[in-house]
Design a binder for this molecule. Structure first.
Ligand code: MTE
Length: 411
């Protein structure tokens, strides 16, 4: 971390001058989320992660997609997935500081911002999905018979929330971002990440200035509450429509640079490697892709002869969803699902379709999203060794049973 310098203090004074006098730090400190519950927790995750809402995968908790069925457009915190490289740090807003530093600042020295100063900046509120680049990864193996490395998510490494915070562009401008800055690199305050005996340092990933100045938020609220500990309290980055790794939690500092930056999260990880990609890997991945899924457990039973109101969600980071088609016979016949929400950028839509299965036995349900830019979920996703950006139509197994048979789940 760079040392304090005179120009930095000057920038800090500018920041202080820009902020109203009453930063209300005392009040904010008491706005911290409740302390950790003890029941049904995973080491390293503060909130409860009961099995009816989450599947635990190492240090991470995947949301059960079927648990979204009872929710609206926003994913309540109690069922929002957690992706932690290490563990959730319990930080204190009263002592938290954001440091901006690097040769891409006019003053060249670091600029500091307290939680109160950040909250005193004009706020923006917007709904955006956070989705892991590897969401759906396990389907490369189960559906396509391909080997990939990384957390074996099904479809639940995604959630939608209403984020409130300051614009990163406001913070960068007030800190004195230079006209020739090209990259910024937010870094988290969680522990350094050690994998395979190699210490990769703290989670950080470069973000081009063009995106940083566009729609990125330094969020301090999620769904109208202070950010929960597991989702980045007191402040996280939210980069709408980009892969989840860009949305750095527990933000501690941001490097601003006039030369391109890199980190293991933009070189070894979060690029596409494999036969279908350039020999050194693709460019670092940025935008998410498009997906859809049924809000049903895999392998669940449905009774024959009854009308089931099947529900699901569809989303695309490339353009608003235009439509969803479903097939209940493994892909022979397709029909449109009814959209329950007006499609919008960076959100998902809920959809529903009635189905009256006639024959008992295994069946495969499919859903296929089309977006306003003409993208459509393909039958197969293009393989990459780390299993990112799975976008293929998901083959959802269910079992149709005789009317009156008790419900079960076949795994
Ligand atoms: N930021 C820090 N500091 N540490 C992390 O482990 N995980 C990233 C990102 N930000 C991570 C982080 C990844 S890979 C994802 S998908 C999202 O946070 C997940 O956000 P969530 O846990 O709030 O759902």
């Amino acid at each position: 971390m760079p040392h304090e310098s005179v120009p930095a203090r000057r920038s800090l004074l500018k920041l202080l001058a820009a902020a109203p006098a009453a930063s209300a730090l005392g009040g904010l400190a008491t706005a911290a989320p409740a302390t950790a519950a003890t029941a049904a927790t995973v080491p390293g995750i503060v909130k409860p992660t009961p099995p009816e809402l989450f599947t635990i995968r190492g240090t991470n908790a995947e949301s059960r997609f079927d648990a979204f069925r009872s929710t609206g457009l926003l994913t309540p915190t109690d069922r929002f997935f957690v992706r932690n490289h290490t563990s959730t740090p319990v930080l204190d807003a009263a002592t938290w500081r954001l440091t901006l530093w690097g040769d891409g600042l006019h003053g060249r020295g670091p600029v500091h911002l307290t939680y109160g100063q950040l909250r005193d900046l004009p706020s923006v509120t917007r709904t955006a999905l956070v989705e892991c680049a590897g969401n759906g990864r396990s389907l490369y193996a189960t559906q396509q018979g391909e080997t990939v490395s990384g957390t074996a998510w099904t479809l639940g490494a995604v959630g939608a929330a209403r984020w409130r915070g300051a614009r990163l562009s406001d913070v960068l401008r007030r800190a004195g971002i230079a006209a020739d800055a090209v990259d910024v690199q937010p870094r988290g305050l969680d522990d350094e990440y050690v994998t395979g005996g190699v210490n990769l340092g703290r989670v950080r990933r470069p973000l081009p200035v063009a995106k940083a100045l566009d729609d990125v938020i330094l969020a301090y609220e999620m769904n109208g509450e202070p950010l929960p500990y597991d989702h980045g309290y007191p402040v996280r980055v939210v980069v709408p429509s980009w892969v989840g790794i860009a949305s750095v939690k527990w933000l501690g500092d941001i490097e601003v640079s006039t030369t391109p930056l890199s980190s293991p999260w933009s070189t070894d990880h979060y690029r596409l490697f494999g036969a279908a990609h350039p020999p050194g890997g693709s460019a670092p991945i940025t935008r998410q892709t498009l997906k859809s899924g049924y809000e049903l457990p895999f392998g669940t039973t449905l009774e024959a002869g009854r009308v089931h109101r099947l529900t699901g969600r569809a989303w695309s980071a490339l353009a608003p969803v235009r439509g969803v088609e479903v097939s209940t016979d493994g892909g022979a016949l397709w029909r449109p699902a009814r959209l329950l929400d007006a499609p919008r950028r960076d959100g998902w839509v809920r959809w529903t379709v009635p189905w009256r299965p006639r024959r008992t036995g295994p069946a495969t349900l499919l859903s296929r999203t089309t977006d306003a830019a003409g993208n459509i979920q393909p039958e197969r996703a293009v393989h990459n060794t780390q299993g990112y950006l799975f976008n293929a139509v998901v083959r959802h197994p269910v079992v149709v049973v005789r009317d009156g048979e008790p419900p079960r789940t076949f795994v």
